[in-house]
Design a protein around this ligand. Structure first.
Ligand code: SAM
Length: 357
């Protein structure tokens, strides 16, 4: 199957002599919380993965991790079944995902490559669906060219991606884009669910009363409308409980904003490039149904382990009391939410954690 796939998609190259694809066994510091897999766990989670080779009902594939090439899977996926599509494809960079390397192409070739996937993804979307498509600054223009042909482009979110290499003769790249699109003019957008909690530096009063802010035991705070510039995110790193060895793992907090804004409890959230499982994990924590497809078996197993861990520990770092907290605000957050806890909200049972932010 893989050889066939590489023939069809020359930009995807399987590394030679790697019969047992595995992430290297690293020595880790005692406080390192990176999620890893033992051989036993890997064998166990392999049994839980699905592949689909004939038409299926939606009920048969929800809340599952599918280990398959997305184009093969999409032949069998029921049409008009998805409420929210989160697309985090390989960017147009030469990058290795476990034992396969995605090769950088011209921007035109990348746009054509991406469009092959969107052609097959379009029929599975409900008419009310939203689509979020991730890109770096180089591939973002190609992504816009492709999505504007098919969907209503609503916005381009830019998020501060703190980690990244410095450059001697260029500005360090510290941002990525996410294109927000919808199929039609009828779509879900729960703005109240994605407000940001900020400490008020200059509390303005009117007739002695706070204007647009409130007193809390931890200081004066304001709930602000979310903009298309996201600066409150942290890329998963070794001491965070969501961290894995996947090279391009997205923060749970980022995906939580998207899922809370653009879906309802019980909706179907679909990720065709699942990677380490972030979208499925956050969808599960927020009471949505999920379907995730990933080509690499090891990443699928990691996703399954994260999904199992989410049962015991349904917290989303940086999201507490139904609001998103700005980065490095631990000192300002309510004491009651500094410990792991789950509490019901109007959006379902929401998990919170503020041990670090
Ligand atoms: C940018 S990563 C996604 C990372 C993910 N958002 C996370 O948080 O871990 C893209 C993933 O797409 C997978 N992939 C690439 N081509 C694929 C295909 N044809 N079908 C399914 N998955 C594919 C890669 O193995 C890689 O893990």
């Amino acid at each position: 199957m893989i050889e066939e796939l590489c023939k069809r998609n020359p930009s995807l190259i399987r590394l030679q002599n790697s019969r047992v694809p595995m992430l290297p066994n690293k020595v880790r510091a005692p406080r390192n919380r990176t999620i890893t897999l033992s051989e036993e766990e890997r064998s166990f989670y392999q049994q839980t993965l699905r592949q689909v080779h004939q038409p299926v009902e939606l009920a048969e594939i929800v809340n599952q991790t599918i280990h398959q090439d997305i184009l093969t899977f999409l032949q069998w996926m029921p049409t008009q079944s998805v409420d929210l599509l989160f697309l985090d494809p390989p960017y147009n960079l030469t990058k290795t995902f476990n034992d396969r390397t995605f090769k950088r192409q011209t921007l035109d070739a990348y746009a054509e490559w991406l469009d092959t996937y969107l052609t097959k993804l379009e029929p599975i979307l409900k008419v009310t669906a939203s689509i979020y498509l991730c890109a770096n600054w180089q591939s973002s223009p190609a992504v816009f060219d492709v999505v504007k042909q098919r969907f209503q482009v609503r916005n381009r979110i830019t998020w501060e991606r703190e980690k990244g290499r410095g450059a001697a003769k260029n500005w360090k790249n510290a941002s990525e884009d996410i294109w927000f699109c919808t199929v039609s003019d009828t779509y879900t957008f729960n703005v109240e669910a994605v407000k940001l909690k900020r400490k008020v530096m200059a509390p303005y009063t009117m007739n002695g009363n706070p204007k647009d802010w409130g007193f809390t035991e931890d200081g004066n705070v304001r709930l602000t409308h979310p903009s298309n510039l996201w600066t409150d995110l942290t890329i998963p790193f070794w001491s965070m409980p969501e961290n894995t060895d996947h090279p391009t793992q997205k923060p749970e907090k980022l995906v939580a904003k998207i899922i809370l804004a653009s879906s309802k409890v019980g909706d179907v959230v679909f990720d065709p490039f699942l990677g380490s499982g972030t979208t499925s994990v956050v969808a599960k924590k927020l009471g949505r149904q999920y379907i995730g497809v990933e080509l690499d078996e090891l990443y699928c197993c990691l996703a399954e382990k994260r999904l199992a861990l989410a049962d015991a520990d349904p917290c989303i770092q940086g999201y507490a009391d139904g609001v998103f907290w700005e980065r490095n605000s631990l000192h300002a957050q309510p004491r009651s939410t500094k410990q792991w806890s789950a509490h019901p909200t109007s959006h379902g049972t929401i998990a919170t954690n503020h041990q670090t932010d």
